[in-house]
Design a binder for this molecule. Sequence first.
Ligand SMILES: NC(=O)c1ccc[n+]([C@@H]2O[C@H](COP(=O)([O-])OP(=O)(O)OC[C@H]3O[C@@H](n4cnc5c(N)ncnc54)[C@H](O)[C@@H]3O)[C@@H](O)[C@H]2O)c1
Length: 276
Amino acid sequence: MTDNTLRDVENKVIIISGSQRGVGLATAKRLASGGAKVVIADLPGLDMTDSAAQVAQYGEVAHSSVDIADENSVKALMEFTLDTYGRIDALDNNAARQGIMEDADVLNMDVDLWDSVFAVNARGTMLMCKHAIAAMLKSGGGSIINISSGTAIAGHLYQTAYACSKGAINTLTKYVATQYGEQGIRCNTISLGLIKTERLAETMPLPMQEMFINHKLIPRLGKPEDIAEMVAFLASDRSVWITGQTYCVDGGIQAKGSQVSDERRMMRDMGVGIGS
Ligand SMILES: NC(=O)c1ccc[n+]([C@@H]2O[C@H](COP(=O)([O-])OP(=O)(O)OC[C@H]3O[C@@H](n4cnc5c(N)ncnc54)[C@H](O)[C@@H]3O)[C@@H](O)[C@H]2O)c1
């Protein structure tokens, strides 16, 4: 983690779903070091004690469990947070079902798989918003950050259910921002590019990772800390006038024309350099 002394979320109570590892855990460390009271939660049955101990090295943390697809479980997480810290200032909707090899193209789509991915990513994210909003309205507002993916912005060859469920999240952000802005609730999306996490190492072969790097304007994979910084900004009062937006934190992959990597190679072959 970057050595960050910025106390930008001092005393804010922030829930991070899906935070046993990966991007969620890195975000929890960043927010704790920024002064927040962090609630980390992941699927029932997962041991959160080691993750909580890691976050505790940076600041205040409590841990619980949640299955975001289950409304009673979501309600219980909100009640745990209110009992522990008295209010909810921000919610980082980070949990997702992803990296499923069977998540295929449309012709080969298994309907049960489609439904189960939507139950977590679309319904689950909506349920977390629903019950966090109820608490935030009582304390004068808050900030919701929905974690989405570049796969929802343009078509890809596989991961169809995952990508479409993230598209639903992109739209949900605008609805939450529109419906509760007057009451002080902001909602924004962070659209991630490929991030180097434990899960990625388990699921994506190196040549495929390299192919993605080749298409980034900043030629490396993302780090979980790159995302954590954006979550901190959107949770903090530094972003008080920002709502309903989608931020691509992706090394610039969505900003360039799709032909640019080939174009760069061809220009080099012709001896025409850019920036040299
Ligand atoms: N890593 C990437 O390259 C990448 C790219 C684009 C978007 N994202 C998004 O970033 C977020 C974090 O991903 P990550 O790479 O750290 O992956 P990860 O799989 O390590 O983390 C996701 C977490 O969500 C939890 N989770 C799954 N279903 C849940 C449920 N029903 N209730 C509660 N928790 C549940 C998992 O247990 C896991 O800990 C996800 O929303 C993911 O879609 C990641």
